[in-house]
Structures are given as C-alpha cells and as structure tokens.
Design a protein around this ligand. Structure first.
Ligand code: AMP
Length: 582
C-alpha cells in the first residue's frame, strides 16, 4: 500500500519538502523506543521532566530566542513568548508555588480561560514536580468539585470570573489550601483568605529555578475522563510520556522545526496538552494559540494570517467548516498549509475528500485516547489515506482486534480494539482506583473500550464504543454523570441518558426522565432541566433532547436499561429483554 514519495507529491500538491517518516513498513519493523529516547535530553533518573524537554532544553540551542507561541485573545490582543521568556515565566511560577508550600506529588489544578498564563502555570507546576490537572473553563461547579475532591487538589489557579462561577463549591473542599487568581483582564477583584494574587507575586518572584529532580515514572499530568459508571476518573501520566508525545508529533503529525502549528483543542482535554503543549514544544515548534472557540471565518483567517503550515483539529469542527460552505476557504490564503490532521471521533470519508477539495489537502485521521497519552494509530504523511480509516499502528505500538475471550480475530472481523501494554506514554493509574485500572487489562492486552476491525493491509476502522459513553463533538460524556445531576432536580424522579446519533457532532446527549408526583411535564420544565444540567456540568453535557416517560425500563435489580431506551428511540429491535422487570 506504500506509495513512493514522488508519487505522493503528485497526489497532493502541497506536500511538505520531505515527510519525517519516509517508509512506514521499514520503520515499524525496526523501531526501538531507545532511539527516540536518544533524541531527547533528560531521561536519566532524577532529571526526566516534561517542562525541561519542552522549554528549558531549547535554551541551550539556537531555539532560545525562537517563538514558542503566538497567542491571540478574544479581544484581538496578541502576545508572543520566546522559549527564553517562557522559561523565565514558568520559573517564576514554580518559585511562587514553592513559597506557598507546594511540593513534588501535590495535585494542582488550573481552571482558566485559554490565556498565556494557563501555559505558564501548567509548566511551572511540572517544574516543581507537582501533578497538574487542567480543567476546561466551560465546566460548571459540580464538574469542578468532582475533580478537585477526588484528587485532593491543594491549589487551584483560576480567574475572577471562573472563581465566581464555582464559588458555591469551594468551601466543600477541605484539601484545597490556596487559590491563585490570575486577573488577566485587570478588573476589580476581591481577594479572600486563601487567595494569592498572581500578578503581585509573579512580579516579586525570581526568574531562576532549579527544576525539581523527577524521574521517568514520577506522575506529571492528570486528566479526568468519563466512563459508563461512576464519576469521572483521573487518568494519571508520568514524565516519560514525553517520549511518545515527542515521537508521534514528529512522525504522525509530521511536525518540523520550521512549522507554524495550530492545534485547536482546549488544554482541558488531552489533545490540548499532548499536542497543544508537549508534542510540538518538545520538537521546538512554534504554536498558534487562539483563545476563542469555533468560528469558520475566524479559523480560516488564523490559518491565513499566521501562515499556519500544520494543523490538528477535530471531525466536528471539519463538518462545521463544511457546513459553512465551499466558497469560504477560497476567500482566504491557505496556501502555507502542508499537513492537516484530525482526531477525537470518526472522520467520515466525505470530510477527508472535502479537505482535498477545499484546501488541496486531505485530513489525516488518527486515533488515541486519554489513557494512551499519545497517538496510537494514524494515517501518515507518506501514505495514501484510506478515507474513513483511522490508519495503522504507530511504530512501537502493537494494536489488534480481540474477541470476547480477548484473543485476536482475523482481518475483517469486528471486535474489541486492544493495545499491548508498555508504550512510554501509557497511563500509570486511575487516581485512587487501582482496581478499575487493573480491570482494563485482559490477557496481556489493554482493552480500549472501542470496537473496530482491521483490514487485510493492517488499516484499522472504527465501529463504535463498546460501552455507553457518549461522544459528543469529541467530548466524552458519562451517562451516569448526567443522570446524577438530572435526579438532583426537584421535579425528576428517575433519569436515563443515551447518545443519539447526529450528523455534525456524532452524538447528542438525550435524556429520558420520569417526574415526581405533583409535577407535570411542560416545555418550560424541559428548558429548566436543561439549564440546570448545563450550569452544574457543562454545555456539552446538557441534554439536547428530553423525553418525559411515566417510568423508565429497568432490570429486576433496578438498573435503568439504557440499551433499551436507545433501541426504542432509534426504532430498533429490543434485543434480549429477559432481565427487564415486569
Ligand atoms: P478521549 O479519551 O476523550 O480522548 O476520547 C477517546 C475516545 O474518542 C476513543 O476511545 C474513541 O472512542 C474516540 N476517538 C478518538 N479518536 C478517534 C478516531 N480517530 N476515530 C474514531 N473515534 C475516535
């Protein structure tokens, strides 16, 4: 299936000078992580640190005065950070943390809008050897509380606005000793006892800091992710994850030092850290950081104005660009783009083909998840894309499809997508849930929770989730989390939540509720319930549709049968209903 390089150039007019990976088969056969480690600087024990690999190592080279990032704010403000400035600012924040008693292993969370300070505090935390947990700024109080409580976070970095949003839960967190308030927009702020003024203390902090000795296995980053049952779980990564992120940014995203790279993912999600921070910066690549969310014209303008060459985005965004029209991209100069990639949900073949039509480039889909820490399966720059396929395993990664007994099945057969454990960026645990972590490994395989199949040439094709987790616009939503909030509403007796297929965002959250005595269903009540969930959790978790039912289908042991709610909603056969209560 491999194409010669020249042949590929003919296919895709604006191919980069030379892809970093020139021969997939050869590299896959002979790959050794040790060679990648040799390209990194700090992996000896007591020296491995992601912040060093991303920032400080560049101070020893000509990249010192290169731009690490150009940031554009919602109000059009622009800020530029060289690696040297980035190092000084992160040193200052590490000193601030030290002054306030933060130590190696402590959990520190950041709940900020996408401003430069988010990146400064993130790496400051890594420099001190503490564990950083990023929180998406759209989270409501319930979502923030779940995560801070579960992790026993000691310090939270936030803004005056976001603090106001979650004020109601802050007194319920006994482990939380301090809040650092970043007042980027400079409005009036009332500081309370626990609060530290970022601007004041950063102005006083020293620009020198000796990075805390951390080793490869010391914990570094923690992302919460949703499962079928229970509250979100803290996926914990170690400093050596940088090996995988560095390698995949180089060989799967094909990043080169002279790229201008834009990753549209928010750092609240793993794509926004693994490939909005670690992958590109460990490769010395300049990034564009944009504070705002999706807007078709603005996005094209960013690509044009900053001369973006490499772009990493998501299927929902691509489908929204398609919806915005084929004429729009033609109004901008997108000619610098040379490589474009996508992740997070299935990328439909039409979207791949549209990329070729609108930008002269095909989107390269790749697959991975929070737990894997880095890209596992990808379409590579050197290969022909198979539209609709996630691609082939990254060198050093063994992926396969397993049956119910966790044994590999032949090509073409559907099964569970699994990976052989042991790659460097593999998660180390779920915080405080070792049993659950262990349950993800069967027969010497890590079970991903996705269903897929592999074709004769070793390309993987996504089929669906093996569980009830909902993927809406790339955000994983656990039905249990939404149900727990729904039943807190005074009118709701029972709730069941499913993902309903949607042509743009893949799935929308749909809820079925039965009401308590004395409450009557109405449009007004439906709206009220939706706002209730949105405020407590986040906009994307808020049910787009709510159906009122007299009662919900349950098993004899009282478990709501989401599967049945879904099949009935979609007009599909009920399947096995032997466990349904009378
Ligand atoms: P997260 O842990 O939030 O990054 O979500 C990971 C999940 O998103 C995977 O387990 C898949 O269900 C889905 N996903 C990620 N990338 C892809 C892709 N390229 N195609 C299909 N599904 C994907």
């Amino acid at each position: 299936m491999k194409l010669e390089y020249e042949e590929l150039l003919k296919d895709v007019g604006k191919m980069s000078p030379k892809p970093n990976m020139l021969d997939y088969g050869d590299i896959y056969q002979n790959f050794d992580w040790k060679e990648i480690e040799g390209q990194l600087k700090s992996l000896d024990d007591g020296k491995a640190n992601m912040a060093y690999e991303c920032i400080d190592k560049h101070l020893e080279t000509e990249l010192k005065d290169k731009l690490a990032f150009i940031w554009e704010g919602l109000d059009g403000a622009i800020e530029k950070y060289t690696f040297a400035r980035f190092s000084e600012e992160t040193n200052k924040f590490a000193n601030l943390l030290k002054k306030h008693g933060i130590k190696k292993g402590d959990r520190v969370f950041v709940f900020l809008e996408r401003v430069p300070e988010l990146y400064v505090v993130f790496f400051g935390v890594l420099k001190i050897g503490a564990i950083i947990g990023p929180l998406f700024s759209a989270f409501g109080p319930e979502a923030v509380k779940d995560r801070l409580e579960d992790s026993g976070a000691k310090l939270l970095i936030t803004s005056p606005n976001l603090k106001r949003k979650v004020k109601s839960i802050l007194h319920e967190l006994p482990d939380l000793h301090h809040l650092v308030i970043v007042n980027k927009r400079g409005g009036p702020v009332e500081y309370e006892d626990k609060d530290i003024c970022y601007e004041k203390e950063m102005a006083e902090a020293s620009t020198s800091f000796e990075i805390e000795p951390t080793n490869r296995e010391d914990y570094s980053v923690m992302h919460y992710t949703s499962g079928t049952t229970g509250k979100p779980k803290g996926v914990v990564h170690a400093h050596q994850a940088i090996i995988g992120q560095y390698a995949t940014a180089k060989y799967a995203l094909d990043l080169k030092e002279d790229d201008i790279y834009w990753c549209t993912a928010d750092p609240g999600w793993v794509t926004g850290t693994s490939y909005g921070m670690f992958g590109p910066w460990s490769n010395g690549v300049t990034q564009i950081l944009y504070e705002g969310g999706f807007n078709a014209s603005k996005w094209y303008q960013i690509i044009q104005d900053y001369k973006v060459t490499a772009w990493y985005t998501a299927p929902t965004a691509i489908r929204m660009l398609m919806k915005a029209g084929d004429e729009l991209p033609g109004q901008y100069d997108l000619s610098r783009l040379r490589h474009i990639c996508s992740v997070g949900e299935p990328l439909n073949p039409e979207a791949v083909v549209w990329g070729e039509k609108a930008m002269g480039l095909a989107f390269h889909d790749n697959w991975w998840q929070t737990e894997t820490g880095a890209i596992m399966i990808a379409n590579y720059a050197i290969q022909n894309i198979r539209p609709g396929s996630m691609g082939r395993p990254f060198p050093g990664i063994q992926a396969d499809i397993l049956d119910d007994q966790y044994n590999p099945v032949p090509a073409g057969e559907e099964g569970q997508l699994a990976l052989k454990p042991g790659w460097p960026s593999m998660f180390r645990t779920y915080w405080n849930r070792e049993d659950y972590y262990n349950s993800r490994f069967k027969n010497d395989w890590y079970i991903t929770g996705d269903k897929a199949y592999k074709d004769e040439d070793g390309y993987f094709w996504f089929v669906g989730r093996a569980d009830d987790v909902i993927n809406t616009a790339g955000h994983l939503v656990g039905p249990f989390e939404v149900e727990s909030v729904l039943i807190q509403h005074p009118a709701v007796a029972e709730a069941g939540v499913i993902g309903k297929p949607d042509p743009i965002v893949m799935e929308v959250v749909k809820a079925f509720v039965s009401l308590k005595e004395g409450y009557v269903q109405s449009e007004q009540l439906r709206r009220e319930i939706r706002v209730f969930v949105k405020k407590k959790l986040a906009g994307w978790a808020c049910p787009r549709e709510i159906d009122f039912l007299d009662s919900l289908p349950k098993t004899r042991s009282g478990k709501i049968m989401r599967r049945l709610l879904k099949s009935r909603d979609l007009g599909l056969p009920d399947g096995d209903i032997s466990t349904l209560e009378d």
